[in-house]
Design a protein around this ligand. Structure first.
Ligand code: AMP
Ligand code: ZN
Length: 109
């Protein structure tokens, strides 16, 4: 997707503070962090939103990567929150599927 911000980050056309990458996913720090640790995990394949994800294998690798980033890379032992905003009504602003990992403090509900 040539006009997609996160596809441009994957391609290296826009810089990002990368924390993890493999063949299927990329994780990088959110530019406007809402917690001491705030990382976005995205599949490298473009899916506009969560509800467009139609491949169980890709979804499985994506969620395993979220787990690996939160527990293994970021070492958020005390806990964290995973948020996926779905479409505009769910607060989604960037239309490339992404999971927010939030942690580093006791999170309010
Ligand atoms: P959402 O509202 O779920 O679509 O979240 C989009 C997130 O992307 C927001 O938390 C933004 O702060 C973040 N964001 C937007 N542009 C960038 C960027 N260039 N690098 C890192 N994070 C970004
Ligand atoms: Zn994209």
């Amino acid at each position: 997707m040539s006009d997609c911000l996160f596809c441009k980050i994957i391609q290296g056309e826009i810089p990002a503070d990368r924390v993890y990458e493999d063949d299927d996913v990329l994780a990088f720090k959110d530019i406007h962090p809402k917690a001491p640790t705030h990382v976005l995990v995205i599949p490298k394949a473009h899916y506009s939103t969560f509800s467009d994800m139609d491949d169980a294998a890709v979804m499985g690798r994506f969620m395993c990567a979220v787990q690996h980033v939160a527990d293994g890379v970021l070492q958020l032992q005390s806990g964290f929150r995973i948020v996926i905003n779905v479409r505009a009504g769910g607060g989604q602003e960037v239309f490339h599927l992404h999971a927010h990992i939030l942690g580093g403090k006791k999170l309010p509900f």
